[in-house]
Design a protein around this ligand. Structure first.
Ligand SMILES: [Zn+2]
Length: 370
């Protein structure tokens, strides 16, 4: 896997000096063409495929993601501590997420469900929020972009999963722009009760799968639950410090895109993962992505037999996270201050990856505002 490293100078990312062909392959802005290549058709390519006007348009949309905004959203989430389900911290964080989404112009909806713990069958009411960028010409079909807002461990659950929640919110912020239109819809879902067994995502599937694609009221052009085309989950996005663990972000850190080989929609899920992998090659500025097939232990599992489902992570869940790749996992040290800009930037590269892929899938474009 190709490595791309960057120097950080006074907050500016300076791309590495690569030969022109390598830059074009990496999807970076090639700048001025060397005189020897000027006018040579087909040189500005990615894996033999010419860059297109659509690619340029998508690049413009992905470029609206803002690193500081991502960090600010993550910092905002950590003010509520670990946001453990059932606590006031959790309820306050849901209100805060809703307020942010509303401030960008979204109508925010709440899914209400009953949670029963494994040790106490007392029914406990719970809630989670979602908001939707409605497609212009095919509003009745959508991709779901998700992360879990609940956490555990007594710290701030900054990485697990403030990092994914902030990523979903930052993408929502960009797509809220009045001058961005999409053909199909995108739903941003901030699951609750992931840490207790994916209960929030499972409740969503149970309640809303039967409503897919139904226009309601009839003739209104409104689809309360657009047909699911794919589900992209984000869970623990920042810490790829290798295994055995290194103190600093490794230079060959990458975004892991997982799907589940043993699922009914494995073929469709692998294609969705490939779309994300290619989006990473075109649009991510610092870190590459890799694919693997053992997606597990996150909210996309609730969808994997119904629709294409993938999860993006800092490490493979079973082979790395489960074997101690992140010492902050579910610990009081999962704090905002435990992470550096090199860590935040891995999460930000996952945001570039997902937005690039989703923008292509829903045919996002910038239109002149009146
Ligand atoms: Zn998690």
């Amino acid at each position: 896997m190709q490595r791309r490293t960057c120097m950080v100078i006074a907050g500016l990312i300076v791309p590495p000096l690569l030969p022109f062909a390598a830059q074009a392959q990496a999807g970076g802005a090639p700048g001025a063409r060397p005189a020897s290549q000027a006018g040579v058709p087909g040189r500005n390519v990615l894996g033999g495929v010419p860059m297109t006007a659509t690619d340029s348009n998508l690049k413009g949309i992905v470029s609206r993601l803002d690193f500081q905004s991502y960090k600010t959203l993550l910092k905002g989430l950590t003010q509520f501590g670990d946001r453990e389900q059932g606590t006031q911290r959790n309820a306050d964080a849901i209100d805060w997420i809703e307020a942010q989404l509303r401030s960008w112009g979204y109508t925010v909806e709440r899914l209400k469900y009953i949670y029963r713990s494994r040790t106490d069958s007392t029914p406990q009411p719970r809630e989670e929020v979602y908001a939707t960028k409605i497609g212009r010409s095919v509003p009745g079909e959508m991709y779901i972009v998700g992360a879990h807002m609940d956490g555990r461990g007594g710290g701030e659950a900054a990485n697990d999963d403030g990092s994914g929640t902030a990523l979903v919110m930052e993408i929502a912020r960009v797509l809220a722009s009045a001058d961005i239109q999409t053909t199909r819809s995108v739903r941003f879902a901030l699951w609750n009760n992931e840490e207790t067994g994916l209960n929030g995502a499972r409740a969503y599937v149970e309640q809303r799968a039967p409503l897919q694609g139904i226009e309601n009221p009839r003739g209104s052009g409104r689809y309360p639950e657009p047909k699911w085309l794919g589900m992209i989950q984000h869970d623990m996005m920042m810490w790829d410090h290798g295994l055995p663990v290194q103190w600093q972000q490794t230079l060959d850190a990458d975004v892991d895109i997982e799907f589940q080989l043993n699922s009914a929609k494995a073929a469709e899920s692998s294609q969705l993962a490939l779309t994300l992998l290619n989006a990473n090659r075109l649009f991510a500025t610092d870190y590459p992505a890799v694919m693997s097939n053992s997606m597990s232990n996150t909210d996309s599992g609730a969808f994997q037999d119904l629709v294409a489902a993938v999860s993006l992570r800092e490490n493979r869940r079973l082979y790395e996270t489960g074997r101690g790749a992140n010492p902050h996992w579910h610990q009081p040290t999962d704090l905002f201050v435990s992470f550096t800009d090199a860590d935040f930037r891995l999460g930000f590269n996952a945001a570039q990856t997902t937005l690039g892929a989703v923008a292509r899938l829903v045919e996002a474009r910038v239109v002149p505002t009146p």
